[in-house]
Write a protein that binds this ligand. Structure first.
Ligand SMILES: [Mn+2]
Length: 305
């Protein structure tokens, strides 16, 4: 029987989980989800249509459904035994910690792809010691936990550059094929290096333009920078803003992904609570919420008035 996976589509971590799943099982169907509300909608449809009957196991990675849906799963013996949730977002740990869901695994130490890799190794014995895949997961972890900066690992950073260049489906297909060489070290090919250079050049131009469009606002000693831009640029813009004294928190409004991203830039300010205020969540230094009419109106009122 095939395997189903719902994963976060936004970054190398969520996509890395799908790649691992495809590498581990013969038949895998995946569904990409933008955010928690997108996951809730798609998972609910899936359950209501009894599509779960077609699958042996259902993984949900790098995301966690809302409490209502978790309760619905928890009250259904069959679903409860079939679904496994693997996530690492602190806001999801907080929302589930009062409950005792046996199918929810949230661990803050590693990215979802690394947690999923360890899970598959432990429970399914499917991923054998494969050097390339293991190193790919390690790079994904460095990227997703922002540790690549401390150790200055640009290979990890360039997973995201390649994602921007290839697009979501292109990234999935490319790495599913590339990671077939079991005993080699993970290394970018000349073609990949070329894609990275081209993408970086293009991003540089767009970022220079974005920098000029940021609107700054100081509220209670915290400097906010607000800008509308393409979702792919939320992280590279926050990198570029570091050491810019005008900005402690970046509020990045991405209409193309219907997401508002919050990034802590300077002064160690946390941004999770802002996202929670707007029905979102995430990590202390990087969080997000849906960009809908209501949130947009509130953000404009609070930060652009
Ligand atoms: Mn992640």
């Amino acid at each position: 029987m095939p395997i189903k996976i719902f994963s976060h589509q936004a970054d190398p971590d969520g996509l890395g989980c799908i790649i691992l799943c495809k590498k581990s099982f013969d038949e895998v169907d995946y569904t990409l989800c933008k955010n928690v509300s997108d996951l809730d909608y798609k998972l609910n449809e899936f359950i209501n249509n009894e599509e779960d009957l077609n699958y042996e196991k259902i993984f949900i990675t790098d995301l966690c459904p809302s409490i209502d849906l978790l309760d619905k799963i928890s009250n259904n013996e069959k679903l409860k035994n079939k679904i496994i949730i693997i996530d690492h977002h602190v806001s999801n740990l907080e929302k589930t910690k009062e409950k005792d869901y046996s199918f929810v695994n949230i661990n803050l130490d590693k990215c979802a792809a690394k947690l999923f890799y360890d899970y598959l190794k432990e429970h399914w014995a499917l991923i054998f010691p494969d050097k390339t895949l293991k190193e790919f997961v390690e790079l994904t972890n460095l990227h997703d936990t922002w540790k690549w900066k401390e150790v200055n690992n640009l290979d990890a950073y360039h997973l995201e550059t390649l994602l921007h260049k290839l697009g979501t489906i292109g990234y999935l297909n490319h790495f599913i094929e590339k990671l077939d060489f079991v005993s080699r070290h993970f290394k970018y090919t000349e073609e990949e290096e070329k894609w990275i250079r081209e993408q970086l050049e293009e991003e540089q131009k767009y970022l220079d333009n974005l920098m000029n469009r940021i609107i700054y606002k100081k509220i209670d000693k915290i400097n906010y920078g607000i800008v509308y831009g393409l979702y792919n640029y939320r992280n590279s813009l926050s990198d570029k803003l570091r050491d810019n004294k005008n900005c402690d928190i970046l509020i990045f409004m991405a209409v193309d992904n219907e997401t508002i991203s919050f990034r802590s830039i300077n002064n160690d300010v946390e941004v999770k609570s802002i996202a929670v205020e707007f029905n979102g969540g995430g990590h202390d230094k990087a969080s997000s919420c849906p960009l809908n009419k209501e949130n947009e109106r509130k953000i404009i009122k609070k930060f652009l008035n």
